[in-house]
Design a protein around this ligand. Structure first.
Ligand code: ASP
Ligand code: MG
Length: 410
């Protein structure tokens, strides 16, 4: 007996039959004596379709973000009602809530809002009354009462946040894959399902484009120590457990590899080299809610610096005006350049802290395959190489082979 939060992604609730199947899982967990909360995404490709529709209406304009969120939250609202009905159809009691109805308050960064608080009272009252509680993922409400969304894939953030505030025993993330793989199985045929992975490794992997879980959701899970079990909604196989690190994880040098496919490098040349400049530049970029990584600064002989960083291709429309404004303010000598068609291949593992030679092995494997490395960045448990987008899939395959990730290490 415990408290379980289950989340069903878009493909797991894509039609009436699948909604019934998901409802049956929730009911089965409740019949074992658990209190059950279910977080759902929009059905199938609904969110993508709504985005397409917005673009059709707003042909030569960028849809206002507030209105975009107003539109997108409708997807999840459909699913919660249908899920509650599916549970009623089995003679069980359920109640559905939107983000606003459970006081899931966010900041007002439309399209990428951050959760600030959740009113758990309303959820507990219903659970104690014996009901299965269904919650719309991906959405919240600002203190002013405007609806917001949490970024694509945001129902995972909802899952973990709900799990954290309710102090759930487990967050079950039902999706259309069997778990987390050593690399994207669509690219690397020999990729293997991982049984257990630490929060830190998962954080690196999801930040690197392993798309099963949003980075923000994993950060939350780590902070509140909520275990996540990623499972396939179409079968009963055990999936991947994402948990706090244990000492025996250290002997696995590399747990997984990832590929980020569509990156742009922004370079700013002739930046005056004095204190505060980097803080100003990245402050402005952060205020525009753009996530940058792989920042590199080189100081030149003439008291100027060159700064470069990468962003996702999709953020180009947002970042260009910001960077143009910054370069203009820094004077006529400062210039910005954008290089697209880049990718990033990375390997991740907590064992890197205690093992040497990992970087060399990766670089050698890429060199042997004639993949040119443009930039290298590392963290304690990650090595990343920026390469051309064209080389991406091949590079992922190569590093997977180099570290023999297809073999389980025990
Ligand atoms: N429906 C939203 C999306 O497709 C949220 C989610 O699925 O997690 O991004
Ligand atoms: Mg979705």
């Amino acid at each position: 007996m415990g408290l379980i939060v289950q989340k069903f992604g878009g493909t797991s609730v894509a039609d009436a039959e699948r909604i019934h199947r998901a409802a049956n899982r929730a009911i089965a967990a409740a019949e074992k004596g658990n209190q059950v909360v279910v977080v759902v995404s929009a059905m199938g490709e609904t969110t993508d379709e709504l985005i397409r529709l917005a673009r059709e209406v707003c042909k030569d304009c960028v849809p206002p973000k507030r209105e975009m969120d107003q539109l997108l939250v409708t997807g999840e609202q459909v699913t919660i009602a249908l899920m509650a009905m599916a549970i009623h159809a089995q003679g069980k009691e359920a109640i559905s809530f939107t983000g606003g109805q459970i006081g899931l308050v966010t900041d007002n960064a439309f399209s990428k809002a951050r959760i600030q608080s959740i009113n758990k009272q309303r959820i507990f009252e219903q659970l104690e009354g014996g009901k299965i509680v269904i919650i719309a993922g991906f959405q919240g409400i600002t203190p002013e009462g405007d609806v917001t969304t949490l970024g694509r894939g945001g129902s995972n953030a909802t899952l973990v946040a709900i799990g954290a505030v309710l102090e759930a025993d487990v967050c079950e993330n039902y999706t259309d894959v069997d778990g987390i793989y050593t690399a994207d199985p669509r690219i690397v045929k020999k990729a293997r399902k991982i049984d257990r992975i630490s929060y830190d490794e998962m954080l690196e992997l999801s930040g690197l484009g392993a798309s099963v879980l949003q980075t923000r959701a994993v950060e939350f899970a780590k902070k509140y120590n909520v275990p996540i079990h990623v499972r396939n909604s179409q079968n009963d196989n055990p999936g991947t457990w994402i948990v706090a690190e244990t000492p025996n994880m250290e002997h696995i040098v590399v747990s997984g590899a990832a590929l980020k496919k569509d990156l742009i490098r922004v370079g700013i040349k002739n930046v005056p080299d004095h204190p505060g400049i980097a803080a100003t530049i990245f402050g402005d970029i952060a205020s525009a809610n753009i996530v940058v990584d792989d920042i590199i600064q080189n100081v030149m002989d003439d008291n100027t610096a060159n700064i470069s960083f990468t962003v996702e291709h999709g953020d180009l429309d947002d970042i260009k005006p910001v960077v143009d404004r910054i370069t203009k303010a820094l004077g006529p000598g400062t210039k910005a350049a954008y290089v697209s068609d880049l990718a990033k291949v990375s390997v991740v593992g907590v064992g890197m802290r205690t093992h040497t030679g990992v970087a060399q092995r990766m670089f050698k494997a890429l060199a042997d395959a004639k993949v040119n490395i443009q930039n290298i960045t590392t963290s304690e448990i990650k090595i990343s190489c920026i390469i051309s987008r064209e080389d991406g899939p091949k590079a992922l395959q190569i590093v997977h082979d180099a570290f023999e990730l297809e073999k389980a290490k025990t």
